[in-house]
Design a protein around this ligand. Structure first.
Ligand SMILES: [Ca+2]
Ligand SMILES: [Ca+2]
Length: 244
């Protein structure tokens, strides 16, 4: 029933969409234009929309080559491999395809096309070809953004699900049938209520991706502001009533 509220835009400049994000839409999802320049511009706009109420995980503090099921970040949340991939470049590498999402760099990565996007950094979080991968953010987060590298270049399709207190909203085949190797985008999500998880589905068993600079944050909800305003009006009316 929530599908009529979803909005999805493939756009070069997403600032205007972010500005409209907190209107009626339950979840606003934007994808930058392809390329590092466009992705960085989208990240800058997203960070500005969050003000200081945000935290970013760059994965630079993790040990390269470590894997986790889930892999935990104290600053943004946990990343889980819900269904491992198979048959691709993850076979026989690190702890194997089923050992969980992995911290990779250009030296230990068995994959082509995935890379660090942190300025001055070297590491990213790799899906290790997971077919189902979920990011569960810290509590009270209603906005999430991250770089996505090398997605959907092995055929198949990429679907997303965003879970929030309002239910599950699906964004299907977000790259419209597939990309070439090594593309990079910035994805951003803003919800009218707290986001509890973002799940990425790939129907190819060897179609993994990297993510980096994962930001979580809170933007004020107009509904909350409106309710706060009503509350203040009510309190003022009560004071006037008592004073009379
Ligand atoms: Ca690739
Ligand atoms: Ca990084």
């Amino acid at each position: 029933m929530f599908s009529q509220f979803k909005s999805f835009a493939l756009c070069a400049v997403s600032a205007l969409l972010f500005a409209g994000a907190a209107q009626a839409a339950a979840v606003t999802f934007t994808v930058s234009a392809e390329g590092l320049l466009a992705s960085r511009a989208a990240e800058t706009a997203f960070l500005a929309s969050l003000g200081t109420h945000r935290s970013t995980e760059t994965f630079e503090g993790f040990v390269a080559g470590s894997q986790g099921k889930p892999l935990e970040s104290a600053s943004v949340g946990s990343f889980s491999m819900d269904w491992a991939g198979s048959g691709g470049a993850c076979v026989g590498k690190l702890g194997g395809c089923a050992a969980g999402a992995a911290i990779l760099n250009s030296t230990n990565s068995p994959f082509g096309g995935r890379f660090n996007t942190t300025p001055g950094g070297t590491r990213w979080l790799d899906s290790f070809d997971a077919r189902i991968f979920t990011f569960s953010p810290l509590d009270n987060v209603n906005s999430i953004g991250f770089f996505l590298t090398d997605a959907n270049d092995a055929g198949g399709r990429y679907d997303l699900e965003v879970n929030s207190d309002l239910g599950t909203i699906s964004f299907d085949d977000i790259f419209g049938g597939g990309l070439s190797n090594g593309r990079v985008f910035y994805l951003a999500f803003t919800s009218a209520s707290a986001i509890t998880g973002i799940t990425i589905f790939s129907n190819s068993s060897a179609d993994g991706f990297g993510i980096d600079n994962v930001t979580v944050g809170q933007v004020p909800e107009p509904g909350t502001v409106a309710l706060l305003g009503l509350g203040l009006l009510a309190a003022g009316a009560l004071r006037r009533h008592r004073a009379a």
